[in-house]
Ligand binder design. Structure first.
Ligand SMILES: Cc1cc2nc3c(=O)[nH]c(=O)nc-3n(C[C@H](O)[C@H](O)[C@H](O)COP(=O)(O)OP(=O)(O)OC[C@H]3O[C@@H](n4cnc5c(N)ncnc54)[C@H](O)[C@@H]3O)c2cc1C
Length: 297
């Protein structure tokens, strides 16, 4: 199908884009187009004006330093995935990006656009929630910085006002003595996950667990990040604790049935993936602590 008619603008500066967006209440921003164009083409959405931000150079940078990874609104999933420094500072980013769709979609789709699209079946909104990311949004009225709690307000719904453009995402660096892992189950590689889980595990100098936080994909209305530390009394990684962590996560989640999976199957995937991913994140934390001690000695 073809989209309903709309007008198209391709500003070359952010100031021009903000002015055009403020003047057009029924407009949408076009980033990678990998979610918006199918919606328009299937006529599940219609707009009067498309404001293409891809010609705005100031939105295309990636900056990595010890505080974390900062990237603009037109940075593609594939650019973050192949950036040599990103994985060193925040390894959860590439771990999750490997599961986002296929290379052709990652070459076009933007990570900022994915976060703003706020699909709880997408990997990167969950990563944003799990890492306590910060989204910068701008309008002709000023600039706001949004946390997860500020941003995600419902299914595919954010707190962005009609004239606000998301300009930058900040994802903090992995602190010392932490490890990460991400895994998911999909019907075919590249499909949206039936369930996905990312985890960050913290350990002390004796390799005892000090913190466990997990993010869940496709089992909640808004991207979910849950503190599971209380399931690991004494900081011990045991089968009982991992099973308790899965049950604890389920008390915060709302898996739904669809043509691909029953509620029961999704619940079981939450249990299995929680166990798998927390175990892998713990092993990653131990390995990182060992290699950082070797480097400093
Ligand atoms: C076949 C297929 C498979 C896919 N599989 C996955 C998958 O497994 N996991 C996954 O996470 N995603 C998947 N995607 C989606 C992909 O990751 C998209 O890139 C992403 O969801 C949206 O990013 P985009 O840059 O393409 O945004 P667009 O499609 O351009 O925009 C999406 C929405 O966000 C708004 N928007 C975008 N950028 C901004 C901005 N800077 N400021 C304000 N509003 C903005 C747009 O107006 C629109 O409403 C898939 C897509 C396809 C077509």
């Amino acid at each position: 199908m073809k989209p309903a008619p709309f007008t198209y603008q391709r500003p070359s500066t952010l100031a021009q884009a903000l002015t055009a967006y403020a003047a057009a209440p029924d407009a949408k921003v076009l980033a990678g187009g990998q979610s918006l164009i199918p919606l328009l083409s299937m006529r599940l959405a219609s707009i009067e004006q498309l404001i293409d931000i891809n010609g705005i150079d100031e939105l295309s940078s990636i900056t990595v330093d010890e505080s974390g990874v900062r990237f603009g609104a037109t940075v593609r999933h594939s650019e973050l995935l192949s950036h040599p420094e990103v994985a060193k500072v925040q390894p959860l980013i590439p771990a999750a990006l490997h599961h986002v769709a296929h290379p052709t979609i990652r070459n076009r789709g933007t990570t900022c656009g994915s976060i703003v699209h706020a699909d709880a079946s997408g990997e990167m909104p969950t990563v944003f929630a799990l890492l306590d990311g910060v989204l910068t949004v701008q309008s002709t009225r000023g600039t706001r910085q949004l946390s997860t709690a500020d941003l995600f307000i419902g299914a595919l719904e954010t707190s962005l006002e009609h004239d606000e453009i998301a300009t930058e995402v900040f994802l903090p660096a992995l602190p010392v003595n932490r490890g990460v892992a991400f895994d998911e189950i999909a019907r075919r590689h590249g499909d949206y996950a039936l369930v996905g889980v990312g985890a960050i595990v913290g350990i002390d100098d004796n390799n005892s667990i000090t913190s466990v936080r997990a993010g869940y994909v496709s089992v909640s209305e808004v991207p979910a990040a849950i503190d599971l530390t209380e399931a690991f009394p004494g900081g011990v990684l045991s089968d009982e604790a991992l099973a308790a962590a899965g049950e604890l996560a389920l008390t915060h989640l709302e898996p739904e049935a669809d043509i691909h999976a029953t509620i029961h199957y999704r619940e079981q995937l939450v249990r299995v993936l929680t166990k798998r991913v927390v175990t892998a994140a713990y092993a990653d934390a131990v390995a990182r602590r060992k290699s950082s001690r070797e480097e400093s000695s």
